[in-house]
Design a protein around this ligand. Structure first.
Ligand code: KIV
Ligand code: ZN
Length: 551
């Protein structure tokens, strides 16, 4: 890299818009969405989709609720043309869905494009030509006027052919491609020239798509460009202003959101941001960003995993694990403090203590988009007691008391750290069992019986201590106290029970109970124990011995 990048690169000049209004705006409703997966997304694939794959993805887009779908570039290949024909001839386009097709300003291509649309109910013909200084200079070697003439001629060729699409509702769209790198004054001039040909009205609007073909500046600059056009273009009310951002600087979503604040009506993009280079705008993210602020996005991602599956199968692309909303890891927390906060937040939400979703670290409820709480917490060496306790409770119904979580958390953490990988809930259970339930040395219970009334109990127990049989008896104000008395009489260090909790573990014939006991020795040491048995009394006695064995 250069020591002084200014020798090679220059800043993007700001747009003169001192009274810009977009920073004070608030989004209050969803834009019109247009998916360009089957065109822009498809163009970016090493192996473009075949007709069957395009049909499957088209259906999935319809199911998500897209009402405008750019289905291809029908003049570009036989596959693209055939796809259009299949959609139309097999009646695959719902009445409320409009297909859009892209075409350059060339008469033969426009002719073929129009042919591909015959018989459709509702279409958008999308004309584009590139307008930025670099494109004018390098690609076309043409002046602004000559570039404008290309657009005007293309618009005329389309206009002349409209009578051929009798019975079809036709709307027209123009994109000054590379708009964000084009002088705003020229973008306005060329767009108005196209409007002069198409003569849009407030009742029959034309779509003016303003692409951030390559992100060349910060998103606020794009917003300024959109607001500048929106305020300065002639006959604004006859236009639907549309955004089409790419993600070269990683801010496609931000540019779109600011562009909407700046007055745009419509957004083009793709599922999960597939598209040339760093991709198109990810529509899922923008839609769900609206959703998380309580706005109806007018798109349905209730089963986002299913959408993702179709997308991956059809495009051969994979959704990265950190992709907002859809990535495998986005509802997962590994760090202990995050896990703890999520666990508490979910518990609070389950008790309906908050009117609105406000769970730490989770911007939306994963279950709203078909993701599960199941995915929220996973445990590795970075995790803390919260994650461990959450998994044990969710998977096995083991409700560790808070203080026991504090004791077992670091024990589990050391074991997981030594493994150097993520562990499954089953492995955590095994660790818990080894540490507490299977602690039978030096004391092991064989038989226990207690009798009593009111607060006077007597017990008899047979135990194994260091491999030798021992029979003990004791008294206390309950079976546990009587057992403690028996153990201390038999030579265990004096101790008392500081905490006790039990609950059922599972239902049915296998029904068993788990007891947790914290003991405290006379010198102030505390230890936890746990016991499991089909008989709750025996589970408690086992828990006492587990704690004693761990002293
Ligand atoms: O990125 C772009 O500019 C495009 C146009 C054809 C709209 O895809
Ligand atoms: Zn594009």
């Amino acid at each position: 890299m250069l020591k002084n990048p200014a020798e090679k690169y220059r800043p993007y000049p700001p747009i003169h818009l001192p009274d810009r209004r977009w920073p004070n705006q608030v989004l209050r409703h969803a834009p019109i969405w247009c998916s360009v997966d089957l065109r822009d997304g498809n163009q970016a694939l090493a192996v473009p989709m075949n007709v069957a794959q395009k049909l499957e993805l088209f259906q999935s887009l319809v199911n998500c609720g897209f009402k405008e779908i750019e289905v291809g570039f029908p003049s570009a290949s036989n596959t693209e043309f055939a796809f259009n024909r299949r959609l139309i001839e097999e009646n695959r386009i719902p009445d409320d869905v409009t297909i859009q097709v892209l075409v350059q300003a060339r008469e033969d291509l426009i002719e073929r494009t129009v042919q591909s649309l015959v018989g459709a109910k509702s279409v958008i013909i999308h004309l584009y030509n590139s307008t930025s200084p670099a494109q004018r200079r390098v690609v076309f070697g043409k002046t602004q006027d000559e570039i404008k003439a290309i657009a005007v001629q293309g618009a005329r060729w389309i206009h002349e052919r409209l009578p051929r699409l009798k019975g079809t509702r036709v709307r027209l769209q123009y994109s000054p491609e590379s708009f964000s790198a084009t002088e705003v004054e020229f973008a306005k001039e060329i767009s108005e020239a196209v409007m002069d040909v198409w003569q849009p009205t407030a009742e029959n609007k034309m779509i003016l798509n303003l692409p951030d073909t390559v992100e060349v500046a910060m998103p606020n600059v794009y917003a300024d460009q959109i607001e500048w056009i929106s305020r300065n273009i002639r006959n604004r009310e006859a236009l639907v202003i549309s955004l089409h951002t790419h993600n070269d600087r990683g801010t496609g979503v931000a540019a779109t959101e600011l562009g909407l604040l700046a007055g745009a009506d419509r957004v083009e993009g793709t599922l999960f941001g597939n598209g040339e280079r760093t991709g198109n705008l990810d529509l899922v993210t923008v839609a769900l960003n609206l959703y998380m602020h309580g706005l109806d996005p007018q798109l349905d991602f209730t089963d986002l995993n299913a959408v993702r599956e179709v997308y991956e199968r059809c495009t051969g692309m994979t959704v990265p694990p950190r992709q907002p909303y859809a990535g495998e890891l986005v509802f997962t927390a590994f760090s202990g403090s995050h896990q703890d906060a999520i666990k508490k937040g979910l518990a609070e939400w389950a008790k309906a203590r908050q009117p609105h979703w406000d769970v730490p670290y989770l911007t939306i409820d994963p279950s709203d988009i078909g993701r599960e709480y199941h995915e929220v917490i996973r445990v590795n060496g970075q995790s803390g007691k919260g994650g461990v306790a959450f998994l044990l409770e969710r998977e096995f119904g083991i409700e560790l008391p808070k203080d026991l979580q504090r004791e077992f958390g670091p024990i589990a953490n050391d074991l997981v750290d030594a493994l150097g990988r993520e562990v499954k809930a089953e492995e955590l259970r095994t660790m818990f069992w080894r540490e507490y339930i299977e602690r039978t040395q030096p004391w092991e219970l064989h038989h226990f019986h207690a009798d009593g009334v009111e607060r006077l109990f007597e017990c008899r127990a047979s135990l194994r201590r260091d491999g030798r049989e021992v029979a003990v008896t004791g008294r206390g104000n309950g079976p546990i106290a009587a057992f403690v008395d028996a153990l201390v009489s038999a030579g265990a260090p004096p101790f008392s029970v500081a905490y006790y909790k039990e609950h059922a573990l599972s239902a049915g014939t296998e029904a068993s109970a788990i007891a947790y006991i914290q003991i405290k020795t006379t010198d102030g040491h505390t230890k936890w124990g746990a016991g499991v048995d089909t008989n709750i009394e025996l589970a408690s006695m086992k828990a006492v011995l587990s704690a004693l064995n761990r002293l």
